[in-house]
Design a protein around this ligand. Structure first.
Ligand SMILES: Nc1ncnc2c1ncn2[C@@H]1O[C@H](COP(=O)(O)OP(=O)(O)OP(=O)(O)O)[C@@H](O)[C@H]1O
Ligand SMILES: O=P(O)(O)OC[C@@]1(O)O[C@H](CO)[C@@H](O)[C@@H]1O
Length: 309
């Protein structure tokens, strides 16, 4: 089983505006609402790919209720950890004319110390031997190092591998506990070293520095430039598939879904990379925070060239 944890889920409100301009009155073409949050998106894609994933969601208020009901109606396997406060609503501004994708993410409700302790305990009880644990997305205010310590020490004790897709300070914190795999995008990787990374060669060098700190695999997603897989034995680069992009929301989550599913099935890195990129391609060709038409995956996989560097 692949358990995903979303500490800060969201309703994604996608607003489609042709020729969006800041500092001007903009007229909306269409609006849609999807249930989102990185871990939940990972679960959606794994299940759509034929895998088995459960999403643990921290939810509260009216928005939390909406997400719970929609996830259940969609047949997703979820466990809800209820909190006080209303789950956030994130705005995704899409301009199909200028091809811009702008995210405006709320911080979400803060958690108090007792809630964090109970949440850590709930997660450790939910994760079982031989599971894969995915921790994805921002953490609400209140989550501290003790929270991660509880989860990582339990995971280590029962041999569970952790895949983390977080950024900024949260990524720095998590690195101390040595997740098995991390998936920063190229900007997030640069942020860790306080640099702007320009090319694959320097991205590989920075990824290797992380591997020296005890992380097995670093996968760096690079948007339209594809991705890099770096571990102790190899560095692999793969292109993205050229397609008309409708929404980039959840592209990174589809990569995490493809990676986790492939790893849990014991597949070779080259196969996993092709599947992950194909899944991300399905996401970006679909409006909103949706997995898209996964029947197109075999075609997209053929268009991914994987090269060892
Ligand atoms: N414009 C694009 N054209 C083709 N493929 C893309 C494009 N943007 C993203 N992708 C695909 O999606 C993957 C993940 O994208 P990206 O690196 O932007 O992830 P991310 O920053 O984590 O995304 P997000 O946080 O929005 O989910 C890329 O490796 C690529 O395969
Ligand atoms: O604010 P965070 O937790 O970093 O990201 C949240 C989010 O942008 O990530 C998903 C796409 O990856 C969306 O469904 C969601 O709104």
């Amino acid at each position: 089983m692949i358990l995903t944890v979303t500490l800060n889920p969201a309703i994604d409100r996608t607003i489609i505006i042709d020729n969006f301009r800041v500092d001007q009155v903009n007229r909306v073409q269409r609006i849609r609402r999807d249930i989102g949050g990185k871990g939940l998106n990972v679960t959606k894609t794994i299940n759509a790919m034929g895998g088995s994933s459960k999403a643990l969601l921290v939810l509260g208020g009216e928005n939390g209720k909406f997400i719970k009901e929609r996830a259940n109606a969609d047949g997703l396997n979820i466990a809800v950890f209820e909190i006080e406060g209303n789950t956030r609503e994130n705005i995704k501004l899409v301009d199909p004319v200028d091809h811009t994708f702008t995210d405006v993410n709320e911080p979400g409700p803060a958690l108090n110390r007792e809630t964090c302790q109970l949440l850590a305990k709930t997660i450790t009880q939910a994760v079982k031997q031989r599971d894969w644990l995915v921790i994805s997305g921002s953490s609400p205010k209140g989550i501290d190092t003790a929270f991660y310590e509880t989860i990582f020490s339990h995971a280590e004790a029962i041999g569970v591998k952790i895949i983390a897709d977080v950024s900024g300070k949260q990524l720095e914190t998590l690195l101390q506990y040595k997740p098995w795999l991390i998936k920063p995008n190229i900007h997030e990787l640069g942020e860790l070293f306080d640099v702007e990374i320009e090319d694959s060669v320097s991205a590989i060098a920075y990824a290797r520095q992380i591997i020296k700190r005890g992380i097995s695999t670093v996968v760096v997603s690079m948007g339209e430039k594809g991705l890099l897989w770096v571990d102790a034995e190899r560095a692999i680069v793969a292109n993205a598939v050229k397609v008309p992009v409708k929404s980039t929301v959840g592209a990174g989550d589809a990569i995490v879904a493809g990676l986790t599913l492939g790893l849990s099935r014991g597949e070779a890195p080259e196969t996993i990379i092709r599947e992950a990129i194909a899944a991300a391609t399905c996401v970006i060709t679909t409006e909103g925070s949706m997995t898209g038409d996964l029947a197109k995956m075999p075609d997209y996989q053929k268009r991914v060239i994987v090269q060892k560097l």
